[in-house]
Design a protein around this ligand. Structure first.
Ligand SMILES: [Zn+2]
Length: 401
């Protein structure tokens, strides 16, 4: 079997306005048109992977106008041997789909199957009505491929029954069949292999890491004064990594997954990266979640809230983009305590301290971390100062109010 090619399609990509919430028929119809064009352009044998990672809400009217027309064309052979699979579905969203009178019932009525993987990694064959067929799909998912004889033997079923089920699954394009080059034997494969699925759903920490490297976001050979008073020879410019709005949505989504929606305020400092991520978290948390930004006091020794912000008695999540010595996080914690807010937890996008900086009294999420801490020096022992290298102040804290 040749190389399987695939294309990952962020299902929200072509939607301009609110793209995390897939509701309404008109949105579904708009996406169907765009999506069928894309599917027709795909090569024979390709798999198109619908990525639901950024989707927080989905309803039946959207799916009725989007997924069903696509699956109908796909499974009555109008699109040739092209494959379709959904990825990264939220478990709650999936539960909604399999509920009575939901998508699953409709799929069953129309004799369609939709193959999906949840975020947790379990594959589901929505619409499959044959118990044995589901068992065979799960078996193939685990073993990657198997011959006809192997499958018949594994489930102890007569050849006629086995071939009937396999024809049903191949016909629905949730299973591939290929001949081996040498023996010319037939082998059955799931349309997306477990190993590929793992690659596509790798943890966000790895993704952030890769971006830091590819975008060369760590400046080496600099000389910055940090808010802690430390002098840094290496500095992470996280804004390089956070250039894409969708990537920021992904980061925010992960944070909301961990802390839940029970947050009144995302409290952070007023620098651009923090502002944008905090707003995305607030958006995804729904309800009346606010993002609140703290600025440096006039004397520059503590953080203050701008006039009009009130966090007293509110459930607060503290966010910093980069965690180094923890000075900024400490200042935010102090501010929240002064204002009698309830601290739900703290989070950072990248920990550059090598895992040293922690706030054990609070639930803490580090989305990613550098294995080796960035090089910093105590100001009195800084070799760069001794060499007379000019020093700059790192723009980590907002300007003074
Ligand atoms: Zn120095």
């Amino acid at each position: 079997m040749g190389n399987l090619s695939f294309e990952k399609y962020d299902i929200t990509m072509d939607l301009r306005d609110d793209y995390t919430s897939l509701v309404t028929r008109s949105k579904g119809r708009e996406l169907t048109r765009i999506f069928l064009e894309r599917l027709e352009k795909a090569k024979e044998g390709d798999t198109l992977i619908l990525d639901f990672e950024l989707v927080t809400n989905i309803d039946f009217s959207f799916l009725d106008a989007f997924l069903l027309p696509v699956l109908r064309r796909h499974q009555n052979g109008k699109l040739g041997n092209r494959y379709l699979v959904g990825l990264n579905l939220d478990q709650t969203m999936l539960n909604k789909l399999v509920r009575k009178d939901g998508l699953c019932d409709k799929l069953k009525q129309e004799n369609l199957i939709f193959a999906v993987c949840t975020k947790g990694g379990d594959p589901y064959w929505l619409g499959s009505t044959d118990k044995r067929a589901t068992q065979i799909m799960n078996y193939l998912w685990n073993v990657t491929k198997a011959s006809f004889d192997r499958i018949a033997l594994q489930f102890d079923i007569p050849n006629t029954e086995c071939s009937q089920i396999l024809r049903y699954l191949v016909g629905h394009r949730v299973l591939r069949v290929a001949k081996t080059k040498v023996q010319k034997a037939l082998y059955y494969h799931p349309i997306i292999e477990k190993a590929l699925w793992r690659k596509l759903t790798r943890p966000i920490s790895e993704e952030i890491h890769e971006m830091i490297e590819n975008l060369e976001a760590i400046e080496v050979g600099c000389h910055y004064e940090m808010p802690s008073g430390q002098h840094a020879e290496e500095f992470l410019h996280l804004s390089k990594v956070l250039g894409s709005s969708r990537f920021m949505s992904k980061i925010a989504r992960k944070i909301v997954d961990v802390f839940g929606k029970n947050i009144d305020v995302v409290l952070t400092t007023g620098i651009p990266t923090n502002i944008v991520v905090a707003q995305k978290i607030a958006d995804l948390s729904g309800g009346d979640t606010q993002s609140v930004f703290a600025n440096l006091s006039e004397r520059g020794d503590h953080l203050t809230l701008k006039e009009g912000f009130n966090i007293t008695g509110k459930k607060v999540l503290i966010l910093v983009d980069v965690l180094g010595s923890g000075t900024v996080t400490s200042l935010l914690i102090r501010l929240a305590k002064e204002k009698h807010a309830i601290i739900r937890g703290t989070c950072c996008i990248v920990d550059t301290s090598g895992g040293i900086t922690n706030f054990p009294s609070f639930k803490m999420l580090k989305l990613s971390w550098l294995e080796k801490p960035l090089r910093t020096f105590n100001s009195r022992e800084c070799p760069l100062c001794k060499k007379g290298v000019p020093i700059k102040t790192a723009r980590i804290l907002p300007r003074r109010t």
